[in-house]
Write a protein that binds this ligand. Structure first.
Ligand code: ZN
Length: 735
């Protein structure tokens, strides 16, 4: 409704009249000030605290750049990402059809902020957003616009003044290349960060049709079926186009400033779209854009995001973009969320190796409540910086994630068939307080997995023969594997094998059937009749007799006869009428867990969806089985144990002269899905930590609680009592 009264067009005249009066502060010549640390040293590893101000079009002339620069300084932000161009140019661009901010008049809002940040010696990235353009561009270059499956050009879903652009054609390859060149020439920023650069869904424009036909000799797919050749080839082609675009922009940027980079907003877990192995090879730094949680997302999702990026980036720096507002589908972009929620989210990112990056939309503040919490978090990070840098994880457990399983086996059901298995196992490891990492399934070579004792394969269904061999070799070298459900039953393209690629490892063959969803099925907890003992995988379930089964099971046949399996199947029996609810089969000898030695390692294989069922039902018995399976497979002393109440995310790191243990308190007083309302501190935590061989603890500090602890002994096993944890505690041990 405001649009009619105060449209961009009608404001053209007003702002032109405002002219230079719209300027605030002194606008220096941006390019006159050299880039921060303008020398040969790459800047990527320098920033520890990022600030992003995403200008809205009516900010220039109305908001106070000085306020923001003062805030950046106060919070020790050492890098900034500032709005420059794309949808709206915030500098006096000369590129045709690069729409200039109507409100900026003759000013240069981007240059002004950039100059202010450089005076603070901050790294500065220019932000562009190419996903939408204006009417004049549409009229002059209709082929820049994305086209839907019915052949209609796409208006923007949220703002009908805009058109959605095609990411894979000349709009990006030609027009946006000119924009990026101009920004680099005029301002020489440290890089360009592009948001929404990879398209907004499938495009059927003339360029996409022609280019795809030239590359693969077929029409663009009109099916989501990943087994359809056109869909598979489209997936390949889109990757090729986007990586080509990345290389093009990066190359043009480096021609003007060799230390600068193009940094796309991309990356993530199994459901993310660009191949993360290639992303990790191309990028010198990345920014993980998961700004807050929504719906039923658990608070550890920030840490999971960090683990997925680090799996492919190694020790290259990654910032975690967090929003100060709510991130729900209704997009209250000007909102501010609770301080408790903000603190937990950022703490879990930091505990998992992310460098915090706050994002604020609009320079005009409608609600100031976030300023103090972010100030506190950033100042703590500044004071603790030496324990947050140049660190490597000491976790001994790693969980594999697989984009190819999501794409080619999961398809449209990738969330339930692939990701929900990961989420269930992830939650079990959090509850068990086991520090762990994630590993990409294309990086199963020794250099990426040798440091781990246990590799978890949560229904990693699609694996090539080579990947199966890498897992076999890992076992032969002494690693252990815990796998579930249909792991390795499909090849890398999602085609089902006759039996598991890892049949010899699991010691079972596929019997041609997956049963489920099963109603009212159980598992008998078996005692070994010869020893009278329970298998360690059943620890904590000795009194159960039987526990609930999962929801789906793979029918498998042991390759060699299994004597005295620890868990056996009680098949489904009627759950109504109540008079009929009794087991028709009291007991079977059908094993539902295979646990044995393989090579120099151990294997645990669950032929059912224990991890996905755990995610859906959160049955504590399934959580115990998952924990026990990992601990039995590890077969070694743990690097760290933490005993005490509550739910904690535990991570353990080594820096050059120190070690840290992060304990993030995820205990949430809300009964249902809930954002954090208040922080409920958890009581005493008893921590036992194994130091690296031959090392002694010189000094032990609590970086949040502020206490310095006496070292108990010269032992390699350090015992520490943390009296209480509110948001998080970080135990720092100087070695
Ligand atoms: Zn297109």
């Amino acid at each position: 409704m405001m649009k009619g009264a105060l449209s961009r067009r009608s404001l053209l005249q007003q702002t032109a009249a405002l002219g230079a009066a719209a300027l605030i502060g002194d606008v220096g010549t941006a390019s006159a000030t050299p880039a921060a640390g303008a020398n040969d040293e790459p800047w990527f590893d320098r920033p520890m605290r990022w600030a992003q101000l995403t200008l809205v079009e009516n900010d220039p002339g109305q908001y106070s750049p000085k306020f923001w620069l003062d805030y950046f300084k106060r919070v020790h932000a050492d890098a900034a990402c500032l709005s420059a161009g794309g949808c709206v140019a915030y500098y006096p661009t000369k590129v045709p059809f690069h729409y200039r901010c109507v409100w900026m008049g003759n000013s240069d809002p981007f240059g002004e902020l950039l100059d202010g940040c450089r005076k603070l010696e901050m790294v500065v990235l220019a932000r562009t957003d190419p996903h939408a353009t204006h009417q004049d561009a549409y009229e002059a270059h209709p082929d820049w616009i994305a086209v839907d499956a019915e052949g209609r050009p796409r208006r923007h879903w949220a703002d009908s003044e805009f058109w959605v652009t095609c990411a894979l054609g000349p709009y990006n390859f030609e027009f946006m290349t000119q924009v990026h060149q101009e920004i680099m020439r005029l301002y020489k920023p440290d890089g360009i960060f592009s948001n929404r650069w990879s398209g907004s869904g499938m495009c059927y424009c003339v360029h996409c049709q022609e280019n795809f036909r030239t590359a693969y000799g077929m029409d663009l797919p009109r099916t989501q079926d990943p087994q359809d050749p056109s869909r598979r080839n489209y997936w390949l082609w889109r990757q090729e186009r986007l990586f080509a675009l990345w290389r093009l922009w990066d190359g043009e940027i480096r021609k003007i400033n060799p230390q600068a980079r193009f940094i796309p907003n991309t990356g993530g877990g199994s459901l993310s779209d660009l191949d993360m192995k290639s992303v990790g090879e191309l990028a010198d730094t990345l920014f993980a854009d998961r700004q807050a949680r929504r719906g039923l997302m658990p608070p550890w999702a920030a840490g999971k995001n960090a683990k997925e990026y680090r799996a492919c980036m190694g020790d290259k720096p990654i910032a975690g973009i967090f929003s100060v507002g709510l991130e729900e589908p209704y997009r209250w972009k000007d909102s501010v969320q609770s301080e408790a929620e903000l603190r937990i989210w950022v703490a879990d990112g930091i505990a998992n190796g992310l460098r915090p990056w706050f994002i604020k939309f609009a320079g005009t503040l409608h609600d100031q409540r976030w300023l103090r919490p972010v100030n506190d978090i950033y100042n703590w990070s500044y004071g603790s910086e030496r324990y947050l840098r140049k660190q490597e994880s000491l976790a001994r457990v790693a969980m594999v994630y697989s984009q190819q399983s999501a794409n080619f086996y999961g398809g449209e059901r990738a969330q339930s068939k692939v990701e929900d298995h990961t989420l269930g196992f992830y939650h079990a490891l959090i509850e068990a307080r086991i520090p762990f990492e994630m590993v990409h399934d294309l990086l199963l070579d020794p250099s990426h997995i040798e440091r781990f004792k246990v590799l978890i394969l949560p229904n990693i269904a699609a694996l090539s023969d080579d990947q199966c061999n890498q897992i076999r070799q890992y076992l032969q070298r002494g690693g252990s594997v815990v796998a579930t459900f249909e792991t390795s039953l499909y090849d890398q393209w999602g085609a089902r094998r006759k039996t598991f690629g890892l049949a010899d490892v699991f010691r079972v063959n596929y019997q041609g059937r997956v049963e489920g969803p099963m109603q009212n099925s159980y598992l008998t907890v078996e005692k070994d009749p010869t020893t009278g003992q329970y298998h360690p995988i059943l620890a904590g379930l000795e009194n159960a007799g039987r526990i609930i089964n999962g929801i789906h099971r793979v029918d498998v046949e042991p390759i060699e006869k299994v004597t005295d399996p620890p868990l056996t199947l009680i098949p489904s029996y009627p759950d109504l009428p109540m008079e009929e609810v009794f087991p028709r089969t009291q007991h079977t000898d059908i094993s539902e867990v295979y646990a044995h030695e393989y090579g120099k390692g151990r294997v645990v294989y669950f032929p059912w969806d224990i991890d996905r069922s755990f995610w859906e039902v959160l049955c504590v018995d399934h959580g115990k089985l998952l924990r026990n399976a990992v601990e039995w497979a590890a077969n070694e002393d743990k690097i760290v144990t933490v005993d005490g109440p509550g739910v904690l995310d535990v991570t353990v790191w080594r820096q050059q002269g120190s070690m840290t243990v992060h304990l993030v308190n995820l205990t949430n007083p809300m009964m249902m899905k809930g954002p954090f309302r208040e922080i409920v501190p958890v009581g005493e935590q008893r921590v036992r930590l194994r130091l690296p061989r031959g090392q002694k603890a010189k000094r032990i500090q609590l970086l949040v609680g502020g206490a310095e602890l006496r070292t108990s002994s010269a032992d390699e096993l350090v015992k520490i009592t943390v009296p209480s944890i509110a948001v998080q505690e970080v135990i720092a041990i100087d070695l």
